[in-house]
Design a binder for this molecule. Structure first.
Ligand SMILES: Nc1ncnc2c1ncn2[C@@H]1O[C@H](COP(=O)(O)OP(=O)(O)OP(=O)(O)O)[C@@H](O)[C@H]1O
Length: 537
């Protein structure tokens, strides 16, 4: 759809962000229970490390963290009075304010006339002198803390046009940091708490203008669909720009871009009147490790199950959302002087605010039917009112007796909202990706250990074989040496035997020779003796 050109509320022009914008879908606009005082009670399960809502319900409730009923948390409502503006100081100079505040008693008196008034009780009553810091601390800080603990949270401003909704929520405080509104202060606290290594912080910024959702960070996306999960009721806005945030500077740039693209007009009641509802959505994703007290089984969406035994650390992830809603101001068109296109805008604003009022009434009265589907605003706020969010509403009013009727209807809206009970839930689920990564790493380690052990055995076997081989070689060498020595010995023996035989033979020959000589000698002697005898004879 084509949008008419409007001035931005703070006169800034749209500028491209330096940071890359990631396009993604948003999921639910859920949240958790609120207390407006800093000492307020948190949901029982909100304490870090304590058991979550889903754990209270036992092992069966751990499927996805979505089948539990949550903890009751009433919508908390604060009222803030704007100081008289220049026009009121002049026009209402002779008249008393239409309201009287009793902040200590958390009461507000609405004057009916000079002698009669109605008294209303709120969770917090903020006078015209209340600082932005105090407003943040009592209205938004408990919700922000709760979001950081894993619950969804909503902070919303409602009130007549020109009463200070944008002042309360959207002030950047560039010149004086004391002026910083809830959005800037909330992000400061979130950035200070999260860990850039383990947590993820993404932001989208949208406006709902004449029943059309537009991306304030990419205004060409001007017809974003609202998709509701039929099972869980979670709302998502596919195609919305999601900016991953790391620092406050980027956030301020993002807010400036958004504000520059927001529809605002100069009306009789507010020179910079927002003509759209602005929704800042902060997604916080944090990983947590919980030690299990009991054995249990995790079922994933595919029906597979993993048995987790007692004492194991199971990685879980908390995906919470903080929704900050700056509604367009309700106005009486006769007073605001709207006509033409502006009149159409005013009608659309009033229509969506009326449907929000109807839902709040139905919820406050515990009506079986809540007309959530009547407008896009109520569809977007489904989790904030009557859902799982911790919701804090700030209603803004002006002091002028001329707007007593509008102030009265704002107060009644706040009173009815105080009766709305949400069922806050810890947005925690098992981190299957991380569990899978861890199991894979463990498996890789086991495989590596196994391979190392197998290698060691293999190496041991090889070593043994090598030693056996060496021993065999040494034995063979020794055997051959022994054989060689034996051969030498045997040859020597043979040689010696041969020499002995030869010597024996020589000896026998000599003996025979000597015996022959002796015989010859004896024969010669005999012969001589015979000859001598013969001569003698
Ligand atoms: N608490 C306050 N203290 C001082 N000035 C304020 C305060 N609240 C609002 N104002 C001033 O009143 C004017 C209107 O405020 P703002 O634009 O925030 O109203 P709004 O409720 O957002 O109006 P609309 O619904 O028309 O957008 C602004 O000039 C703003 O600075």
């Amino acid at each position: 759809m084509a949008f008419a050109s409007h001035n931005s509320k703070n006169g800034l022009h749209a500028s491209r962000l330096d940071r890359p914008l990631s396009v993604n879908s948003m999921k639910s606009l859920a949240s958790s229970p609120t207390a407006l005082t800093p000492t307020s009670t948190r949901p029982k399960s909100a304490a870090p490390g304590s058991s979550s809502v889903q754990r209270r319900n036992g092992t069966g409730a751990q499927k996805s963290g979505k089948d539990d009923s949550g903890v009751s948390g009433r919508v908390r409502v604060a009222v803030r009075l704007r100081p008289r503006n220049a026009e009121e100081l002049a026009a209402d100079a002779d008249f008393a304010d239409c309201v009287e505040l009793l902040p200590e008693l958390k009461r507000l008196k609405l004057r009916k006339n000079n002698w009669d008034c109605e008294t209303y009780q709120f969770d917090e009553v903020l006078t015209e002198t209340a600082s932005q810091k105090r407003v943040y601390e009592v209205v938004a800080k408990p919700v922000v803390e709760s979001v950081l603990e894993g619950y969804n949270g909503t902070v919303m401003a409602y009130g007549q046009t020109g009463t200070g909704k944008t002042f309360t929520l959207g002030r950047l405080g560039e010149e004086d940091c004391a002026d910083r509104g809830i959005m800037v202060r909330a992000m400061e606290d979130i950035l200070a708490d999260i860990s850039p290594e383990h947590d993820t912080l993404t932001v989208s910024y949208l406006q709902l203008y004449m029943e059309t959702v537009q991306d304030l960070l990419a205004p060409e996306r001007d017809n974003i669909a609202i998709v509701e999960d039929p099972k869980t009721g979670d709302v998502s806005l596919p195609g919305t720009t999601l900016v991953e945030l790391k620092d406050q500077k980027s956030f301020l740039e993002l807010l400036q871009t958004g504000e520059a693209n927001r529809f605002a007009s100069n009306t009789k009641l507010n020179t910079e009147s927002s003509r759209s509802h602005a929704l800042l959505l902060v997604n916080v994703k944090r990983s947590a490790k919980n030690k299990q007290e009991k054995d249990f089984v995790i079922h994933n969406e595919n029906g597979n199950s993993v048995h987790v035994s007692k004492g194991h650390r199971v990685p879980t992830i908390r995906k919470s959302k903080l929704l900050i809603v700056d509604l367009a101001g309700s106005e009486r068109v006769d007073k605001s002087g709207s006509e033409g296109h502006q009149l159409e805008e005013a009608k659309a604003i009033n229509l969506s605010l009326t449907s929000l009022g109807k839902c709040i009434n139905a919820l406050a009265e515990n009506s079986p039917h809540v007309p959530t589907r009547d407008s896009k605003l109520t569809r977007l706020l489904r989790d904030s009112f009557g859902g799982t969010a911790r919701t804090s509403l700030i209603i803004t009013i002006g002091p002028s007796p001329r707007h007593r009727g509008e102030t009265s209807s704002t107060i009644l809206f706040g009173q009815r909202a105080m009766k709305v009970e949400n069922m806050v839930k810890l947005k925690e689920e098992f981190d299957y990706k991380s569990l899978c990564r861890r199991l894979e790493a463990e498996l890789d380690k086991l495989i590596a250990d196994n391979e190392r052990q197998a290698q060691a055995i293999f190496d041991g076997e090889e070593d043994m074989e090598r030693k056996l081989e060496e021993a065999g070689t040494r034995v063979a060498e020794a055997e051959s040496k022994v054989a060689a020595a034996l051969e030498v010995i045997s040859k020597e023996k043979q040689r010696q035997q041969k020499e002995l035989v030869e010597m024996m033979q020589n000896l026998q020959i000599e003996r025979a020779h000597r015996e022959r000589l002796e015989l010859e000698l004896r024969e010669n002697v005999q012969d001589l003796q015979d000859k001598k005898k013969a001569r003698l004879t």
